[in-house]
Design a protein around this ligand. Sequence first.
Ligand code: HEM
Length: 185
Amino acid sequence: MKIGGNAMSKCPFHALFNERGAMQFFRKKHQQEKENTTSRSPTTEHVATYYRQLASSDQKQQVAFVKLTEEDVQRLTSIRPLFAKHVERIVNAFYDQVGQMPHLRRIIDNHSTIDRLKQTLRAYLMDMVSGEIGEQYIIRRKVIGNVHNRIGLFPEWYLGAYTIIQNKQKNAFLPMLESRGFLRD
Ligand code: HEM
């Protein structure tokens, strides 16, 4: 899929292809979750539809590289209620760690606030277990990656930040994932 140019302005989802659209998406999601209006579980077919988009997208080789299967996305979706219980703690622990680095703290203070970022990070993480991992999911991720590029948070820090989130998630979920036999290479 090409992002940019005339094709994009004709697309009904064009609002998601820019920073404002993506940020609004996460802020709206956060609000909906607070009001509990998105708690309905997506069906297997719903997840499959999104996965088909992913498997035929420009990222299909990366999807194959990390061996992300439709079953993985189904399993991710099935832990959504559990994820929702822990996400607050993961986000708080993440920003506690980020806040300890003076230059990261400065970037945040120059552009936003920790409280505001906590809300959208929560929605961003919940998006991973939404079952809606398709074309627009990729675009949202790319746009947010670009936001960090714009504010000077380059991959050496962004990747580290991902590792921190991953570790916090592992600590929260490992025992349950092991007991359900969800772990594999
Ligand atoms: C993998 C880790 C990260 C994820 C998933 C993530 C996620 C997000 C998301 C979804 C937004 C857009 C929504 C919003 O502005 O409220 C955002 C913006 C932002 N993030 Fe991150 N973030 C990560 C790491 C960091 C780190 C380590 C910093 C520390 C400097 C940071 C600083 C910011 C700032 C300052 C903005 C607001 C930019 C602006 O409004 O101009 N992020 N992040």
